[in-house]
Design a binder for this molecule. Sequence first.
Ligand code: PLP
Length: 386
Amino acid sequence: MKPLNSVISACPPSGIRRFFDIAAQMDDVISLGVGEPDFVTPWRVREAGIWALEHGATTYTSNAGLLRLRELICAELAGRYGAEYVPDGECVITAGVSEGLDLTLRVLLEPGDEVIVPEPCYVAYQPCVSFAGGRPVPVPTYAEDGFRLRTEVIEAAVTGQTKAILIGSPANPTGAVQTRDDLAALVELAVRHDLYLISDEIYDRLTYTGAHTCLSALPGARERTVLLGGFSKAHAMTGWRVGYLCAPTAIADLALRMHQYTMLCAPHVSQLAAVEALTSAGDDVDEMVADYDRRRRVFVKGLREIGLDCPEPGGAFYAFPSIRSSGLDSETFAERLLHRHRVAVVPGSVFGKPGEGHIRCSYATALPLLEEALDRIGRFLQECST
Ligand SMILES: Cc1ncc(COP(=O)(O)O)c(C=O)c1O
């Protein structure tokens, strides 16, 4: 047989799924492994989905998605962050941020173009760059300054082939929220070198220590930024597969062209549920965010009390403590913790080189389970030191 695609063959399977699959086969495991809300979708949103099914919303929608949903998203972005987009022409409803990211990279990249990706980062970023024919160029961020983007480190990685910089804030896996000043400096750098900015803002509503900065709302950013957002996290709608891409017309047009041929549209029922999420689920989101914040405080304090250094996670629902004091690498740490004490975490190494020496713990888990997990991790650490 002729060989299969070499780029995809060269890409290792996701390190998160591996631990998830092992944990799923064990009893009494507390999973801090998956990046998924433990809440179900708010009832009124589910009800809107049921209503949509009952009333036969089982067809395709327009390729760009329901106009009503695009209008609501654009109004929300303008009202919340001052990011102005035209619903008809600058906004495409996608099957999650995942599809939006894939479309963006395919639209922006020519074969061999480089995309700078600050690490530790979401596991899909670099594979998606490669799948689109580009070359991911990882640059480090550092725990000691809370994983902030250092423009000088990013600038040192710019070459004649650099096309874009891909960032997520709030970030998976670190929970880091970039400051307005650091993002403004990033925009200046992008303008100086004529680079595109791809901004994954899927966790925009999940910030705890300060307001979210929408990258494209910063001076000079809009014309070169693709803003990706969605409903999976803040609205607890991972399985509905609905998100959005907002960008200047030239980019949004091409993204829509690809989406038209490859996806046709995001699921109709999910789009109607998303309309409901934006019109009436604001209080539900606020309650979930308040709950994540309570868990975040307890969990991060608990990690520090059992001896793990943990940078303050200002957003998303992840803590990314250092496990260097255990003397183990992150893969061994996660594997032993799972087998000996039945707590599933993700080794930091799967998020890139600077993630080594850390583990990712999702605190989208009920408080009593988080407390029990802390207990178990504490016992494991004592074993490590004896
Ligand atoms: C940073 C980040 N971006 C994108 C995604 C995927 O989002 P969606 O469910 O909208 O495809 C995730 C999921 O974990 C994520 O953490």
